[in-house]
Design a protein around this ligand. Structure first.
Ligand code: TTP
Ligand code: MG
Length: 373
């Protein structure tokens, strides 16, 4: 055992230091498309729902790094992407293809880890503590993983290595694309300190703005402050955020439970019975849910709509499809139909919510199918 590891710890409290690796495929959907059609290599490629050569009404799922130079980003309307870069190739989402490729990539990765946790179609955490002696060997293992994926799948990925899942995830994002960042346990705070708080998974625009008001922009500045008092009513999340800022994350690889459902809701500023406003809210929630479920690689079979009326009376109605779906269309259509049934009451609506359930993880259920390709 290295002296540094034993220092200050007696054998009873000596806890094994973990080495965690995080892999994230680079511009996944777009890279798969460019691999299938080499004429797209090196060009701006935009993948999105209903692209219609840039004139469609869908949103960008992802785009190649060449397209990102024009300012195109995931979640942006296709029409806006077209304005930024009309010469880009606009391709529809070919989910069946990405799932097959994802399953093959995951099968490669799984062999390198004792504990393995897939997240969505293009990410995975791996606990490699027992496979390598230290961080130098971890770097070699990471290079080997990148080489194998490059050779077998002709795709690039970015890998982060660190003492926990959080640091590994931030590290894999650090030198994207085709990156490899190893953060030694002694260097964790130094590595995190200059990064913007937004780099912490779970910190969105709202938290970022709230923190900015308190003059906290970087993870280092956050680590210096008492997060609980910075963010009113932050509770457990505030506690966790404080720990993350200091690079502490005890969560285990494989520690995540499978999701049972995925939901979103909207409370109106003013109670409403305006059908157009209600439809707009339903469409927006549908789009957001579709984005999240696509990224996670889920199919769903049941769609539920929740309504809370002005008098707080709350109702839910569901519809189960004949077979699992993953498109935006059924979410919008079913939600709107369910909404119609509620509107007969004549009462004003305070809140509307949608939930997708009966989820299946496509990477998993397709594993056996994939053997036949
Ligand atoms: P990400 O890993 O977030 O993005 P990416 O792989 O395209 O690019 P990079 O990691 O190099 O930054 O998401 C993985 C896939 O999930 C992505 O290729 C497409 C899909 N996705 C959506 O469909 N909608 C989204 O809003 C996002 C962010 C991703
Ligand atoms: Mg990715």
């Amino acid at each position: 055992m290295e002296p540094r590891q034993a220092f200050g710890e007696n054998s009873a409290t000596l806890k094994k230091r973990r080495i965690v690796l995080h892999v994230d495929m680079d511009s996944f959907f777009a890279s798969v498309e460019a691999r299938e059609d080499p004429s797209l290599k090196g060009l701006p490629v935009v993948v999105g729902a209903d692209p219609k050569g840039g004139r469609g009404r869908g949103v960008v799922s992802t785009c190649s790094y060449e397209a990102r130079e024009f300012g195109i980003r995931s979640g942006m309307p296709i029409s806006r992407a077209y304005k930024l870069c009309p010469q880009a190739a606009f391709l529809p989402v070919n989910m069946a293809l990405y799932r097959r490729v994802s399953a093959r990539v995951m099968r490669i990765l799984r062999r390198y880890a004792d504990k393995f946790e897939q997240v969505g179609l293009d990410e995975a955490f791996m606990d490699i503590s027992d496979r390598v002696k230290g961080y130098e060997e971890a770097r070699e293992l990471a290079s080997e993983i990148k080489r194998e994926i490059g050779e077998k799948e002709r795709l690039t990925c970015s890998v982060g290595v660190g003492p926990n899942k959080f640091v590994a995830k931030v590290a894999s994002d650090f030198e994207k694309p085709d990156g490899l960042t190893v953060v030694d346990p002694d260097k964790v705070e130094e590595f995190l300190a200059p990064l913007p708080v937004r780099k912490i998974p779970g910190v969105g625009r709202k938290t970022e703005m709230a923190l900015r008001k308190m003059k906290v922009r970087t993870i280092g500045e956050l680590a210096q402050r008492d997060v609980q008092s910075l963010l009113a009513r932050s509770g457990r999340w505030g506690r966790r955020l404080g720990l993350l800022a200091r690079g502490v994350d005890e969560s285990e690889v494989e520690g995540r439970r499978e999701r049972r459902s995925l939901g979103g809701e909207h409370t109106f500023e003013e109670d409403t019975d305006d059908v157009e406003i209600l439809h707009r809210a339903v469409d927006e929630i549908s789009e957001k849910l579709h984005e999240v479920s696509t990224k996670a690689g889920y199919s769903f079979k049941t769609i539920s709509l929740k309504i809370r009326f002005e008098d707080f009376e709350t109702h839910t109605r569901s519809k189960t499809l004949d077979s699992p779906a993953s498109d935006l269309k059924p979410i919008k259509k079913v939600s709107r139909n369910l909404l119609k049934e509620f509107l007969r009451s004549g009462k004003k609506v305070r809140l509307v919510g949608i939930r997708l359930s009966n989820l299946t993880r496509l990477g998993k259920s397709q594993k056996h199918m994939e053997e036949f390709f």
